[in-house]
Design a protein around this ligand. Sequence first.
Ligand SMILES: NC(=O)c1ccc[n+]([C@@H]2O[C@H](COP(=O)([O-])OP(=O)(O)OC[C@H]3O[C@@H](n4cnc5c(N)ncnc54)[C@H](O)[C@@H]3O)[C@@H](O)[C@H]2O)c1
Length: 292
Amino acid sequence: MQDFTGKLVVITGAASGVGRSLAIAMAEAGARVLAADIDEVGLEETKAALDAIGAISYIRTCDVTSQESVDALARQAFEALGGAHLVFANAGIAAGEAGPLWGYSDSDWKWCFEVNLWGVVHTINAFMPRLHDQAEEAHFVITGSGNGAFIVYPDQPVYTASKAAVQAVTEALYLQTAAQQSAVKVHALFPGPNIVDTGIFDSDRVRPPRFEKSEDAPDSGIHSAEDMRRMMEEYGMELKTTHPDEVAQMALEGIRKDQFWILSLNRGSEAQIKARMDSILKRENPPIPSLG
Ligand SMILES: NC(=O)c1ccc[n+]([C@@H]2O[C@H](COP(=O)([O-])OP(=O)(O)OC[C@H]3O[C@@H](n4cnc5c(N)ncnc54)[C@H](O)[C@@H]3O)[C@@H](O)[C@H]2O)c1
C-alpha cells in the first residue's frame, strides 16, 4: 500500500511509546486512526497529539487480554467506521525481570503471556476474518521483539519466551496468508535498532490487580531507559536508544515496500543473531548474549 489517505488504521497499545508514534505517523500520512489501549489517561494524551495535527481519530479503551474487548474494537472499526485497512497488534508489556527462571510467579508468566501472546491472538481472531471478507488490500502488523524472535536474553526469560511465541504466530500467519494469496499482508515489526525509549520499562503502571506482583518477585531495578543507562554505565557500557518516531517511520516504509521483516539491527545484535545461528548449524552450545 502506497497511499494511506482516508484509510482507517487500528492500533493496540496506542497510549504510549511505539503505538502512539505509529498513530501520529499514520495520521500525518493521511490515515484515520482508531487508537486503543487499556490506559485511558495515555489514550487521551494520544488523542490530544492527534487533534493537534488535525487528524481524524477515535480512541477506545480496549484490553487485549480479553477476546470480547478486542471483538468490540473490531466491530467499531468495521460496523461504525466503514472497515479497516491497517491493523497494528502492538500492545505489549515487560515484567521488569531479574533472577533465575524458577523465581517467577504464575502471575508474572500469565500477565506477560496474556498481553504479549494472547493479545496478538485475540487481535488476529477479531480482525483477520473481517479483513479477509473485506477482500481489499490490507496490512496486519505485529510488533515482535528480537529478544525472543532471534536472541534469547537470559535476564528477561518470561518476556523472551512470550516474544518467541509471538514470532511463531506471526510467521505462521504470514505463511498461511501468502499461501492463500490473501489481500491481507502480514508484517513483523521489530522496534529498534537500539532499545526504544518508551514506557516498556515501567509496564507495572498498567499491571491489572488480577495479575498482582508477588512481594518477593525479582526486580531488575530498571524501570526506565534512564535506569538502564545508569546500570550500563556502571559496567563501562554506553546505552544507545532509538526514538519511537523512528520505529513508526520504519513501519510505514516497510508497509510501502511490502516487507515481512520490518527490522533494523545494530552491529551488536546482528553479530549475536549470527553467533546463535552458527551455534545451531554447528551443533555448538549457545553463546551467551549481552545487551549493547
Ligand atoms: N521499547 C523497546 O525497546 C521494544 C523493543 C522490542 C519490542 N517492543 C515492543 O513494542 C511494543 C510497544 O511497546 P512500547 O515499547 O511502545 O512500550 P509502552 O509501554 O510505551 O507501550 C505499550 C502500550 O501497551 C499498552 N498495554 C499494556 N497492556 C495492555 C492491555 N492489556 N491491553 C491493551 N493495551 C495494553 C500499555 O498501556 C502501553 O500504552 C510492545 O509489543 C513491546 O514488546 C519494544
